[in-house]
Design a protein around this ligand. Sequence first.
Ligand code: ZN
Length: 299
Amino acid sequence: MCDNLPVLLRQPSSSTRDDATFHRTVFGALTITALCDGHFPLCAHDVLRSGDTPLGDLLEDAHLDAVVPSHVNAFLVDDGTHRTLIDTGAGHLQDATLGRMTLQLMAAGYDPHDIDIVLLTHLHPDHMGGLTHHGEAVFSRATVHVPRDESEFWLDNGEPADVDGSVRATFEHARRTLAPYLREGRYRPFEPGTTWLGYISAEPLPGHTCGHTGYRVRTDAGDIVFCGDLFHVAAVQLVTPGVTVCYDSDPMRAHATRKAFLNAMARRGDIVGAAHAPFPGLGRIRNDGAGYAWEPCVE
Ligand SMILES: [Zn+2]
């Protein structure tokens, strides 16, 4: 467990991981609410790529079966005046067990109208799908911010001929999901290094997608880095950072980015918010000698 835990306000309804809804933590002047969009079965042999290392051995070492129960997490940052949502869950774009982010947001006492800023780590369905419902913008006031490389890849350049079939539909999903925000002038591609509200900054984490980006949030109680899909199965990819996923657009780059990120986080001790770590997805990275380990801050 993490040292120096911030003040924790936990909802009595979020008693187990399976029925977890939202999880509110106070970090200095900021309130961070983890929002569980839902869960899905990750078929390890279909998704993970372990190179020469037998995946079965890695799963066994991690005490995991071939189907890994996985969460999708989004995060709300509230400074009392501005509310920033980092990723939005899957909406209706993926499994029926996903798409609950807006419900959790409302259960936590917010209205979608309250959201000022949406920051997306990348434009895969389980991160952007919650933006739109039946073609209408879910967030009626928010501006949606997307790394420029990511935006250009999915929206501007057409579909590359060699794209993996598993992500082909994402081009159409991106166009449809972002359309209301584009139409209403609330869509903002941004450059690396962009900052928001004086305490949030973008940090490129390329490889999973070309514009995959993390967001560093500075708080009085230390930094939190929301790292999107830097890893999908912590118990495997932190121990062996070279394990990639079939959705990585550039697996070698994803590996290099993951190694550097894990090294930096373990050294700095920043809290990490991860989209697919077990809900609520907040933890620290510990250097284990041969690899790294995930230490949940709150469970
Ligand atoms: Zn994802």
